[in-house]
Design a protein around this ligand. Structure first.
Ligand code: FES
Length: 330
């Protein structure tokens, strides 16, 4: 059971038409400290319960309040809409303690940080930490339109010359600068950290790998892959018809494992391709970086470590029979 924190929304602002900024304070005492790159899960209201992950977009030693930025996702299933339309100053939210899936590599010789759009949020704590540590770093921040850039004054103050902002409707300018200039020229021991829309992260990762960057020096913000709003859903085994419920906050892979299936995996981040599973019915909600757009559109394969379902049941062609069933009987 996760101990949660009650936090009051003490300020709400709208820095851009699509982004809402929230400041949260604990109802009692201080908020927990966190490491740079951390996020929190917020429990959101509305007609159905939801938990969404948001980066802590403030300095890691900010324990009197947390700052978050929430982008309105028109394609989402209501969580961001609720934050934008219903949430008010003074409301109290349930917040899960910070977790970090995107830590800084403190031993890096140089940090090249690349943000696309709302992907700037986890870098706010990175930048505060790096500036304080007097580390060697640079930040490349691409936005579709100038009016979508947030935190720019603060970033300029913290980064100075190390900040480069790209007004880049399709990501081509950023990708071009990375492939031709930045990625080929950074010193050995540089670590790359990327957060932004999944296609941009995939393109940047592929560009870095093509230039010989080892995978262990490329870091992508994992929750950005699956931070879309979550709903519980049901999967079903094609052969036996057995149903597997996937809860809020649980991955399909975890639910399958819990039900006794041994699905192969490596990364559990939607990157390696190991957990690929055939879909025989239902509509997958793809959240991985592995399948091609064509494969995603075909809808007959899923990466259960990160992807979910748009309708239930999602019928899966699972390997063999569940091994755990026998044990569960004892
Ligand atoms: S385990 Fe790597 S893509 Fe699922």
């Amino acid at each position: 059971v996760i101990r949660t924190i009650d936090a009051r929304v003490v300020a709400v602002s709208q820095p851009t038409p699509t982004i809402r900024q929230l400041e949260l304070r604990a109802v009692a005492g201080d908020l927990p400290t966190f490491s740079a790159g951390s996020h929190v899960m917020l429990h959101l209201g509305g007609d159905r319960p939801r938990r969404n992950a948001y980066s802590l977009a403030c300095s890691p030693w900010s324990t009197s309040s947390y700052r978050l930025a929430v982008r309105h996702l028109p394609s989402g299933r209501g969580g961001s809409r609720w934050v934008h339309r219903e949430l008010r100053e003074g409301d109290v939210l349930t917040v899960e303690p910070p977790r970090n899936l995107f830590p800084l590599t403190r031993t890096a010789r140089h940090h090249t940080l690349i943000a696309g759009g709302i992907g700037i949020t986890p870098f706010m704590s990175h930048i505060h930490q790096l500036a304080r540590d007097e580390a060697s770093f640079e930040l490349h921040y691409a936005v579709r339109d100038e009016s979508e850039a947030i935190f720019v004054d603060e970033l300029e103050a913290l980064c100075g010359e190390r900040l480069r902002v790209y007004v880049d409707p399709d990501g081509a300018a950023l990708l071009g600068a990375m492939s031709s200039d930045v990625l080929p020229s950074r010193p050995l021991g540089t670590h790359l950290a990327i957060c932004g829309p999944a296609p941009l992260m995939a393109a940047l990762t592929a560009a870095a790998e093509a230039l010989g960057w080892p995978a262990e020096r490329i870091h992508v913000e994992r929750f950005a892959l699956d931070q879309g709003e979550q709903q519980p859903f049901t999967a079903a085994d094609l052969t036996t018809g057995r149903r597997i419920d996937v809860a809020l906050g649980q991955s399909l892979l975890e639910a399958l494992e819990g039900a006794g299936w041994e699905v192969p995996y490596l990364c559990r981040q939607g990157i390696c391709g190991q957990c690929r599973t055939r879909v025989a019915g239902g509509v997958p909600d793809h959240r991985d970086l592995y399948l091609t757009p064509e494969e995603k559109a075909a809808g007959d394969a899923i990466m259960p470590c990160v992807s979910r379902a748009l309708d239930s049941p999602l019928v899966l062609d699972l390997p063999g029979s569940p091994g755990g069933e026998g044990h569960a009987a004892h």
